[in-house]
Design a protein around this ligand. Sequence first.
Ligand code: TGC
Ligand code: FAD
Length: 387
Amino acid sequence: MALNPHDLFDVRSLLSEEERAVQDTVARFTNERVLPIIGDAFDQGRFPRELVEDIAGLGLLGSSLPEQYGCAGLNAVSYGLICQELERGDSGIRSFVSVQSSLCMYPIFAYGSEEQRMRWLPDMAAGKVIGCFGLTEPHGGSDPANMKTHARRDGDDWVLNGSKMWITNGNLADIAIVWAQTDDGIQGFVVEKGTPGFEAQEIKHKMSLRASVTSALYFDNVRVPEANRLPNVKGLKGPLGCLTQARYGITWGPIGAATACLEEVLAYTGERILFDRPVAATQSAQIKMAEMARRITLAQLLVLQLGRLKDAGAMQPAQVSLAKWNNCRMAIDIARECRDLLGGAGITTEHAAIRHALNLESVITYEGTETVHQLVIGRELTGINAF
Ligand code: TGC
Ligand code: FAD
């Protein structure tokens, strides 16, 4: 029996029935709702907001959080599969879900009071309240400990000053999870849209993640009530804990992008006749595609084990770093190679490879650059901090 070219080791057979059902549901959504519109949305630099209602309806927002907050209560492997299938469509759609789920709902769940959870999580799961996550600042995202945004206590309020840069969902968001220095260390605040002094400005001219909203956030004496401070965490481990959740999802996502590119070139090179034979009949094209399948297979096995570790409560941040580094590198290399195999046809958004390759320039940079993750592994191996 022929092997499935997108799953040579039948990794799917290692999934539970529920995990397979999640994968199938999201795959159908991507095929029916994302793929028909995403090339145009990318061309137009438009986030397809019309998809949010269905994304929420499928239970994809905060999918790992408990049902009592209106969430689906799925396991980590299912969350990974959601990211993989969405990113098969476009990294921007997966980004939207990553940010809402791992960077906004997760901190409210993990660091918020019960009152805060009940106030925001059900509406966020329903897609009625959209969040963004402000950690990165203009002077250097890799080193968030050097944070300039500051919150000062004033009576029952906090007064927030500073700015954040490169914030996914910034102009879409109803609430921003903002990390700020205080006299008592870094703390998280939920800043509501429309609060005087709070402004979001969309970043234009992007060549990457064009179907996603990216913004700068400005805080000029913004008064945030004490009720909007996340009470249960202090220090950099607060935002870094959120990043571990989001990075975990990102280890799965690029597999979807790489698979989409391989699928496209398998079809294209099978039909493209040059020198009297299909390009797919040449040794060099076959070696390139075999190399892609090898790297995708290794990535699939890596994330499944990572997900099983996460579900067992045993996943370590350095393991996430290794998988994020490996899988982003794998996918961007494959997307670029596929663009080459498509020849001139590969430079327009009629084919997916260039869109994925351009998107992956962001994916390999955000949530910790490749270098940051390499240095995390280096520190794990040697015990020496080389940042
Ligand atoms: P370091 O001394 O290592 O750690 C400070 C405290 O944090 C703890 N910690 C972690 N906790 C949870 N998860 C992790 N991954 C953690 N890494 C560290 C650590 O145990 C310590 O806790 P404690 O209790 O001892 O205080 O901190 P450092 O200043 O040396 O920084 C290390 C470094 C460079 C790895 C870190 O700063 C880093 O990861 N930099 C990269 C920043 C980054 O990834 N930013 C991403 C912004 S959000 C984003 O990009 C969203 S895009 C989403 C989308 O659109 O999909
Ligand atoms: P810098 O930190 O200035 O890095 C510049 C270069 O220096 C990189 O190549 C880096 O690898 C290298 N470098 C850094 N440290 C070292 C070192 N010690 N040794 C050697 N080289 C080093 N942030 C948020 O908070 N929320 C979001 O929602 C969000 N969404 C994003 C969406 C997009 C599309 C993009 C592009 C970014 C987003 N980010 C977000 C920001 C992202 O996390 C940062 O871009 C990233 O962390 C890198 O920070 P920087 O851009 O300031 O680069």
